[in-house]
Ligand binder design. Sequence first.
Ligand code: GUN
Length: 285
Amino acid sequence: MAEIIDGKAISLAIKEECRDKVEKENLKRCLAVVLVGDDPASAVYVGNKKKACEFCGVKSVSHELPAATTEEELLNLVAELNMDDSINGILVQLPLPSHIDEDKVIRAISPDKDVDGFHPENVGKLSIGQPGFLSCTPAGIIQLLKRSNVDMDGKNCVIIGRSNIVGKPMALLMLRENATVTVCHSHTKDLKEICKRADILIVAIGKPKMIDASYVKDGAVVIDVGIHRQENGKLCGDVDFDTVEPVASMITPVPGGVGPMTIAMLMKNVVDGIANDKNMPYVAI
Ligand code: GUN
């Protein structure tokens, strides 16, 4: 029987800490949220981000643009938001319509307002140990582990997935916690054997229930980043929870595990800003 890591409770605690900090220090924080097009999932995410701002006492300004918006129009808006001193965080919801170059838009956001932690400058800073904004989902996973008292030092951590948003920054953050890190992906040979050696297994492959108990060492900590809608309408992760839970020592559920942490860490990025605390050389940890 595994202990369930309660991402809902931990994310609420982080949002409450953000709210208390805003109130105590009378902080004036404002997040600009940009949504292009009418992707229903993106609209839900953006709605949840705006609600989290309200909860934390952070102002949000919303720019909802039609799908036909040109790249130039979007870049102009980003430039305006960069120059606007009343705005300290800019979030452009991804994915963007296919006629817009996402990398170009991410590069256009000022690294000082890049609360998603996607700008190459912030990614580069993370990789060489300098202060900067961290990508929210992997930073949230570190918080889940720390607040559940999981010791990462010297542990074998296996990450499945090498995306720019989750897998790669996750590997860098786990290295920073002194874990021994292995990153697996679609070309990895002997995936099962490698996963079986993991003390901490982080799964971000995007395939429903792919990781069953045969991939998991007895007593491992299992973090499931996936989220999928099944035919019966229920949500599931990349991990087959029912078979893995009896083998693991700790596991995140879907929903209510990693998912809520992404928005909590976004709020932490917006509220903390970068390197405002000399004792905390990275935001959000
Ligand atoms: N789309 C899916 N996840 C994210 C995220 O964390 N940030 C942004 N901007 N877009 C996303």
